[in-house]
Design a protein around this ligand. Structure first.
Ligand code: HEM
Length: 191
């Protein structure tokens, strides 16, 4: 085989997009359609089977436990320009799911219920959509103020969009999982 063929093969495998695939969290038992980023970070999405009129989803974010992961802080942000997006508020809220939020020997993960987060006016995907393109951004640099949920963040070292087949995120166990969420809205959470 020629060297050029080998190189092309290696590049193709490096740049191949990874489609979200089912992943069940061992502690919470929640099954997510999960995007696995090459950095080891992941994002999973769960929806109810009957999605008509639903505005809520459950999500999990996490990463490998090979380095040091500190506290998990979460906030809603809205970008007005190419720059660190400001904290935003609205009717939407976020509640941690305790049995899906932990650190173990292989990874850390934060699981939450996002209520009124699906906005069918086109701000997000629509409940009737077959697929949703969800953007992500990652950077190994810490936020400038690590314990401040409103901290500025550095521009991503990698960003992109992932297509989720929403049918693969749906489960008839959604209401059971939703009941795991803490009753009060939390804007920050420490793992
Ligand atoms: C610190 C502030 C940020 C700056 C200065 C910034 C800047 C930019 C710029 C200039 C681009 C165009 C492509 C490039 O030049 O890389 C871009 C793309 C993008 N950014 Fe940001 N960004 C910031 C934060 C964020 C955050 C917090 C997110 C959260 C999801 C995000 C998500 C994206 C996505 C999804 C794209 C498009 C990638 C694609 O589809 O090709 N960015 N950003």
């Amino acid at each position: 085989m020629k060297v050029s063929t080998l190189l092309t093969g290696a590049l193709a495998s490096l740049t191949a997009a990874q489609s979200p695939a089912p992943y069940t969290d061992a502690k919470s038992g929640i099954t997510f359609s999960t995007f696995q980023h090459s950095s080891g970070l992941f994002f999973g999405l769960a929806l109810p089977t009957n999605n008509t009129g639903n505005t809520d989803f459950i999500a999990t974010v996490g990463g490998k436990g090979t380095g040091w992961s500190g506290s998990v802080l979460s906030s809603f942000r809205k970008a007005a320009q190419y720059g660190s997006p400001a904290v935003t508020t609205g009717t939407f809220s976020q509640s941690p799911i305790a049995n899906g939020t932990y650190v173990n020997s292989t990874h850390w993960t934060y699981t939450f219920l996002c209520q009124k987060c699906i906005q069918s006016d086109g701000t997000t995907f629509k409940t009737t959509d077959q697929t949703a393109n969800i953007g992500y951004a990652v950077n190994a640099n810490a936020p400038s103020q690590k314990t401040n949920v409103a901290s500025t963040v550095t521009k991503h070292s990698d960003a992109g969009q992932v297509e989720f087949d929403l049918s693969q995120a749906k489960s008839d166990k959604f209401d059971t999982w939703k009941a795991y969420a803490a009753p009060k809205t939390a804007h920050s959470f420490q793992a």
